[in-house]
Structure formats: structure tokens, C-alpha cells
Design a protein around this ligand. Structure first.
Ligand code: ZN
Length: 220
């Protein structure tokens, strides 16, 4: 009878001894910055988000200073909030959002701040399916007020003009072309970004968000 209870206890002791080294280590992920984002999106798309870094303790920690690990340039569309779709929390992402994820001087200045002062090593430019800003350009017609500025800005992109008007998948291709344009624009218009990339301290990647699935696909 005694041995019956003793055996599981010995097994447990052996298992604890074998795992002891690992268990004492802090829970630190070896994921790269990009992997961390994609792992977060996998959790979000699978409806198993962890909602990290939202505690009272986290608020206190980041009050002393911010150390975001990625810049995300995304659309203002209410269905594409970066912190939620990448399952990240407070102080994790440095986010710039405009309709159509377009950038100009002010937005590039914000990116430069993150890259230069906060040493953020990754910029993710995120487009999304059925982007209303790009759609407004593709469908044509008159845009009122300053919405016209957005459409005109998209119209002026050489990458977008290169796409045939009778392209069967014109909207999707324009969304991708816009991402290429923003990526090039960041490098062409910012010596800070260019130099950081040349030193191997910064990467720019592009991705598309799928509204139906909630998943992010990396683009070349
Ligand atoms: Zn959009």
C-alpha cells in the first residue's frame, strides 16, 4: 500500500529536479520582434488573446519611460487597431494611424522619434482588405473636403499608377502597391531611417490584415 503512494511522489520529485533549471528561469521569449507580433496575431485570430501588459503594475512600469518594441503604421479604420490584432498591451507598440496608412512629414517625424530616440528596431507597415481610402481612389468620383487630399495623395503614387485600370483585382493590388510606396517613402524621405537600415539596426516589413479571418499575412 505504501509503495502505491510513494511511486508517484518519487516520479514527481525526479520530474521537478529535471525541470528545476528551466523553471527557475524568468519566462522570457526568444522570439524576434516580428515573431512576437505574429504570435500575438495568431492568438488574436484564434480567439485566444492573452491581453498582455495591461495590469496596474505595467502602468506603473511604463510611467518611468516607454520602450516599445515595434512601430506599426496602419490605417485609421476602426476594425484594425494594432494593439488588439497583435495582442499587445501598453507600452508595446508605437503606432501611427492615418486613413490608408499614408505618411507625410508629420508621420515620418513620429517614426523617426521612435527609431532614433526609442531605438525601435522594426517598422511594420500594415494595410488591410477593403481599405476605404484606397477604395475611394479606385472607385473615382469627387471626394469632399480634405478627403480629397487623401485620394489625391494615393493618385500621385507611382506604384499605384502602374496598376492597370482593368486589373480584375485592382483594389487588392492597389492596397499592396500603397504599402510598397509607403515603405520606399520612409527610406527616401528620412535619412534617419535610411542610416539605421544601413547599419542593420532597423527593418521595414509590410503586411496585410484580413478582415474576415482577423489574420495578418506578411508581404514581400
Ligand atoms: Zn483602410
Amino acid at each position: 500500500m505504501k509503495n502505491y503512494f510513494l511511486f508517484p511522489a518519487i516520479v514527481l520529485l525526479v520530474v521537478f529536479a529535471a525541470c528545476g533549471h528551466k523553471m527557475n528561469q524568468p519566462v522570457a521569449t526568444k522570439s524576434t520582434t516580428l515573431e512576437k507580433l505574429l504570435e500575438g496575431n495568431t492568438r488574436f485570430a484564434a480567439a485566444h488573446p492573452l491581453h498582455p501588459d495591461e495590469s496596474r503594475q505595467r502602468i506603473g512600469e511604463i510611467a518611468k519611460g516607454q520602450h516599445p518594441f515595434a512601430v506599426v503604421i496602419s490605417c485609421s479604420d476602426s476594425r484594425v487597431p494594432p494593439e488588439l490584432i497583435f495582442d499587445q498591451g501598453l507600452g508595446d507598440l508605437f503606432v501611427i494611424r492615418t486613413a490608408g496608412n499614408l505618411v507625410g512629414g508629420l508621420e515620418i517625424g513620429s517614426v523617426e522619434y521612435a527609431v532614433e530616440h526609442l531605438q525601435v528596431p522594426l517598422i511594420l507597415v500594415l494595410g488591410h482588405e477593403q481599405c476605404g481610402a484606397i477604395k475611394a481612389f479606385v472607385e473615382g468620383g469627387e471626394a469632399p473636403g480634405h478627403i480629397k487630399d487623401i485620394v489625391d495623395s494615393i493618385k500621385a503614387e507611382t506604384e499605384i499608377s502602374a496598376i492597370a485600370k482593368d486589373d480584375k483585382d485592382r483594389l487588392a493590388h492597389c492596397i499592396e502597391a500603397n504599402l510598397k510606396h509607403v515603405t520606399l517613402q520612409l527610406q527616401e524621405q528620412s535619412s534617419i531611417i535610411r542610416e539605421k537600415m544601413e547599419k542593420g539596426e532597423l527593418k521595414i516589413v509590410t503586411a496585410r490584415y484580413d478582415l474576415e479571418k482577423g489574420s495578418v499575412t506578411m508581404l514581400k
